[in-house]
Ligand binder design. Structure first.
Ligand SMILES: Cc1cc2nc3c(=O)[nH]c(=O)nc-3n(C[C@H](O)[C@H](O)[C@H](O)COP(=O)(O)OP(=O)(O)OC[C@H]3O[C@@H](n4cnc5c(N)ncnc54)[C@H](O)[C@@H]3O)c2cc1C
Length: 551
């Protein structure tokens, strides 16, 4: 069976005529052009089949149950989505139903005392942050942008500008309400206990976060729809309203000196000749900051990120590239008066001692790099994560390599990937030469997590938004993955999603067989956003070849 007029009528009965549509024009808008290479390939492969057969807007968990049961009865695929930024939130076959959570947009609670919030799927980071700041709290900021869904991001990914405090998305998730692919509801954490509320995740009550989240990436809508979560909030020293001045690209923001201070730190060196020395210095700095238990933002950004994130226009980006405003990467540290201004003064003294001991230098307001980043756009790192500026280089972006490991292993991986990618550019294949250079696969983003316990990194690529550009970016990514497998980096688990389970599972204790069992048991009709989290059956090598084109 498939999507049909009868199924459509059943959906109308559940959500009301005004909350479901099969209008081709409206449906087409749910297949908009993707700016990631995977999306470009998906669009190229599917054409008009990227348009869903219908879009439904349930208003409650019970209505979500109803529409998911209809999908099971008539056996057509459904895709839960947040704000639809990543390609797995879009149809990858004809006859799909998109479940848009726009009507489920309530912040149910901000619990000041216990520092957590309860939110529905369409609450975005900007909304949650604004409400939390009123109560002296704040939440992580993804460089994907604070316009994205908190719930979708925590269930699916979660790399943040302030991950020194917040860790990954999975670390922020507490209790949740979950409609399974069959339409049954389960609760995780304290929400599973009558009257216990949404305050906690791991006991009493079952902790199902592992099922929901997978490795670095969650199940991408492949195991039903999460309809409510609680999540952690962190202390914010104020002000209670994010301070901004001006409009549009001229907007600036400054925090009061007694609550928050930025530092841009250099280990003067020549790039790329002394890249290894400088990155090891950055790692040592992070370990010392971890030991001293200070700071709220701890990052190392390569030139590619500094230029992309700080440039307010395309012109500015290409001018800065020419002028080499950032001749190499820098460390960025944020200190906050989390408990008092005295604490901030103390942390500043400690930071200055650490940096001095390591031979580092603090940039001053007169340095062009400081002016371009801290003076003009530093606070955006906490407000919007600079998201929109990812579009400055080429309107298309993909990670060239990604890894999750200890800080020093991450440094090794950046050095390995950069060496490999420079060699590619010089080789006969010239892999990467079609990407925007010298910005692509150049340097690395080092983002330590949870006070330095672990670390996430990426190097990014900027292809043109064409099928050739997309394929080249994906080839760079696959090659980096092959390199990671070659050195048996555990960070390669970051790639486990969709058909990649079949590709990599045998190298990771046959995890694909376990995930397939889960998919089969929870989604017997394979209707929840197939082929995510993975396919129920083992895929033949030929079929796999075709599928890995779109992860
Ligand atoms: C340019 C760019 C930059 C990015 N940068 C970052 C970054 O810095 N940090 C980061 O964490 N991520 C980043 N991402 C990854 C990703 O896009 C976001 O984490 C994600 O999109 C989250 O928000 P969304 O509302 O757009 O979710 P969507 O894209 O709508 O959904 C994400 C996935 O979760 C599933 N899903 C959505 N809602 C539910 C639900 N209620 N129940 C079950 N499944 C659901 C969807 O099917 C989809 O597979 C980036 C992506 C792009 C394109």
């Amino acid at each position: 069976m498939a999507f049909s007029k009868i199924a459509y009528k059943a959906l109308q009965d559940i959500v009301g005529n005004e909350n479901v549509t099969d209008d081709p024009v409206v449906c087409q808008s749910y297949s908009r052009i993707q700016w990631t290479p995977d999306g470009v390939v998906q669009r190229n492969r599917l054409g008009v089949n990227m348009r869903p057969s219908c879009v439904v807007l349930p208003g409650s968990a019970e209505e979500v149950q109803g529409v998911i049961r209809v999908a099971n009865r008539y056996k057509f695929p459904f895709i839960p989505r947040g704000t639809g930024m990543i390609n797995s939130a879009f149809p990858n076959r004809g006859g799909s139903m998109v479940i848009d959570p726009k009507r489920m947009n309530r912040i149910i609670k901000v619990d000041e005392k216990n520092m957590y919030a309860v939110v529905e799927p369409y609450v975005c980071f900007a909304e949650l942050q604004a409400e939390a700041m009123k109560k002296g709290l704040y939440c992580p900021t993804p460089p994907a942008g604070s316009q994205i869904s908190v719930l979708a991001n925590y269930s699916w990914h979660g790399a943040y500008s302030n991950s020194w405090v917040s860790g990954l998305g999975a670390h922020n998730l507490l209790a949740f309400e979950w409609v399974l692919p069959t339409g049954d509801i389960v609760y995780s954490g304290s929400a599973a206990l009558p009257g216990a509320g949404y305050a906690w995740n791991d006991g009493p009550g079952p902790d199902l976060r592992g099922l929901l989240r997978g490795a670095q990436f969650g199940q991408a809508g492949g195991l039903g729809m999460t309809t409510k979560i609680s999540c952690k909030l962190y202390p914010w020293p104020g002000p209670t309203v994010f301070p901004t001045e001006g409009v549009g690209i001229d907007k600036k923001s400054k925090f009061p000196e007694e609550t928050f201070r930025w530092y841009m730190i250099d280990f003067p060196h020549e790039y790329p000749k002394d890249e290894e020395w400088a990155l090891k210095k950055a790692a040592n700095l992070f370990y010392e900051i971890a030991k001293a238990e200070i700071a709220v933002v701890v990052q190392h950004m390569a030139e590619q990120f500094l230029i992309t994130y700080s440039s307010r226009t395309k012109n500015e980006l290409f001018e800065r590239l020419e002028k080499r405003t950032y001749p190499h990467g820098y460390c960025l540290i944020g200190l906050a008066a989390t408990t008092s201004t005295r604490q901030l003064e103390y942390e500043e003294k400690v930071l200055k001692t650490i940096v001095g001991n390591l031979g580092g230098v603090f940039l001053t307001e007169k340095d062009p790099a400081y002016e371009a980043w801290v003076t003009n756009v530093g606070n955006e790192w906490i407000r919007v994560g600079h998201a929109q500026r990812l579009a400055r280089p080429s309107d298309c972006f993909h990670q060239g390599t990604v890894n999750l490991d200890s800080i020093d292993s991450i440094v090794k991986e950046i050095l390995r990937a950069n060496r490999e990618q420079r060699a590619n550019l010089e080789s006969e294949t010239k892999l990467g030469a079609g990407l925007l250079q010298p910005l692509s696969v150049h340097g690395g983003w080092i983002s330590p997590l949870e006070g330095g316990y672990s670390c996430i990194m990426t190097t990014d690529t900027y292809p043109e938004q064409t099928i050739e550009g997309a394929n080249e970016a994906l080839a760079v990514l696959f090659q980096a993955l092959k390199g990671q497998l070659g050195v048996r980096s555990p960070g390669a688990v970051a790639a486990l999603i969709g058909p990649a389970y079949d590709l990599l599972g045998p190298m990771f204790f046959n995890i694909h067989l376990l995930v397939k069992k889960i998919k089969k048991s929870f989604d017997p009709n394979n209707v929840s956003n197939p082929p995510y989290a993975t396919t129920p059956e083992v895929i033949s090598p030929e079929e796999l070849q075709k599928m890995v084109q779109v992860l």
